[in-house]
Design a protein around this ligand. Sequence first.
Ligand SMILES: [Zn+2]
Length: 84
Amino acid sequence: MARVKASECKCCVCGKPAVAFFPVIDPDIPSHPYCSTCIDKEKLKLAMKLWGDDEEMMSAAKKAIAIQRKERERVKNGDATESV
Ligand SMILES: [Zn+2]
């Protein structure tokens, strides 16, 4: 299966260069490319859907999103496979 790099795609929301695909949950669910701004919004939306009424889980999710953002910035110009 050919792997398309997110950096070769454009954000499906705003058209800026994408940094990663989301959601990467199931290979049967098509994931879309997002730029760093929009992917964080999408992750937050998903977290709200899953744990919207759980303050503890939401704060953990926000922390994870921030860590993932830093990780993305680290691999931004490299060839490392991005994990989201
Ligand atoms: Zn975007």
